[in-house]
Design a protein around this ligand. Structure first.
Ligand SMILES: *Cc1c(COP(=O)(O)O)cnc(C)c1O
Length: 401
């Protein structure tokens, strides 16, 4: 089928919730994607920070194929070895105490919110736990996750949503303090805000929030669905700030493209929250997705993926310095590790840059606040950063940016 026919047919069957770029991808190799016309693209989006190991990383496909030949699904009424092993590995990487596997990021958020509400309910003897979330946050599109997402136009058409949510200003401790009341059971935030525009937390802010939580017995939820699993140059971004959460959510890179997420509880939260019958998922943590988790995390460890990010990130930041210097309508860049945002002047819609970059063989995406978002596979090398900089420079010059 021609590219045009595929796009036309897709638009006639798929609910139009996305404005897609007119490209039909066919296959990938390493850090490159190929469309159905055979065009090659350097991938600096990684399927929105998912494909941490790029495409066809040595050994990854084989691990999935081996598991498919054994068993893909059994339900959570039984045990499986991949499930047990994946659990052990994610706890050891995160230092958390218990894990529940989900099918997506949003479901990990749902579980985190339920855990916090149950914790408060057990402690106080009644329900009614309220949540503090941040403006410009993004936690997903299900009703609970949407309720704590700090973008009004995402939420408003779906109101009334979950009640008892208060929005504070990210990196403003006084605004968080002002939201606390006797029913507050959790504060949820991304240590590096992703969709909202790539805003790293101020370390003092995180420390202050941690202290507030300790003082008022409030659970601190870190959403590391995007910034976690090596992307920041640390296993988890909060480790860079030296502040630990009570509940942690992960997803995106966890299965390297296989849909899997998780919420993790520390000892305190695990000891007094969800119990048998309180939560469940038919697919969650099935042997197939857990085989992907085990292989992804094994490769991270054996091949030093996180150290590679930490070592190579300064090179990426230098390349971004060069681009910002050469193009006056780029207003700067911010981020950590391989999670970087370039601020673009409001006169140039960032979507236009993404479209033109595609024509130049580079996949980049946007984030809120007219930010160009770079979330490449974690295995990119300096030569790929040079290639990205060349292609982006050409794109910006063409657009007169
Ligand atoms: C992507 C994302 C989510 C939602 O994950 P889905 O798998 O799309 O449901 C939640 N939180 C953050 C920080 C994200 O980046």
């Amino acid at each position: 089928m021609s590219k045009e026919t595929i796009i036309h047919k897709a638009e006639s069957v798929l609910l139009h919730t996305y404005n897609r770029f007119p490209i039909v991808f066919d296959h990938g190799k390493g850090v490159y994607l190929y469309d159905t016309d055979g065009n090659k693209y350097l991938d600096f989006a990684a399927g929105i920070a998912v494909c941490a190991l790029g495409y066809h990383y040595p050994g990854f496909d084989e691990a999935l194929k081996d598991q498919i030949d054994k068993l893909t699904h059994i339900s959570n009424l039984f045990y499986s070895e991949p499930n047990q092993e994946a659990g052990e590995m994610i706890l050891s990487l995160s230092g958390m105490s218990k894990v529940f596997f989900t099918n997506s990021g949003a479901e990990a958020i749902e579980g985190a919110l339920k855990s916090a509400k149950k914790y408060a309910c057990k402690k106080k003897g009644h329900a009614g736990g309220e949540i503090i979330a941040m403006q410009h946050s993004f936690h997903g599109r299900t009703i609970g996750a949407l309720s704590v997402t700090g973008t009004d136009h995402y939420r408003e058409p779906f109101e009334p949503l979950m009640g008892g949510v208060h929005f504070a200003t990210f990196n403003d401790l006084d605004s968080v303090k002002a939201c606390i009341n006797e029913n507050t059971c959790a504060i949820i935030l991304e240590p590096i805000q992703g969709e909202g525009g790539i805003y790293p937390a101020d370390p003092e802010f995180l420390k202050g929030v941690r202290a507030l939580c300790d003082e008022h017995d409030i659970l601190l939820i870190f959403d590391e669905i995007q910034c976690g699993l090596g992307r920041s140059g640390y296993a988890f971004a909060h480790q860079a700030f030296g502040v630990k959460p009570d509940i942690l959510t992960v997803a995106k890179a966890l299965g390297n493209g296989v849909p899997v997420g998780a919420f993790l509880l520390n000892e305190k939260a695990a000891a007094s929250s969800l119990e048998a019958g309180d939560h469940g998922s038919t697919y969650g943590g099935n042997p197939f997705v857990c085989a992907a988790v085990v292989k992804t995390l094994s490769i991270f460890e054996e091949d030093g993926i996180i150290d590679h990010v930490k070592e190579t990130a300064p090179y990426l930041e230098k390349a971004l310095d060069g681009l910002v210097e050469a193009h006056p309508l780029l207003k700067g860049h911010r981020g950590m590790g391989f999670m970087q945002g370039i601020m673009v002047d409001p006169s140039v819609p960032v979507g236009k840059i993404c479209s033109m970059a595609l024509e130049n063989g580079l996949v980049v995406i946007s984030a809120g606040g007219n930010v160009l978002r770079l979330v490449p596979p974690l295995i990119i090398e300096k030569k790929h950063i040079d290639e990205m900089a060349r292609k982006l420079d050409k794109t910006l010059t063409q657009l007169g940016v």
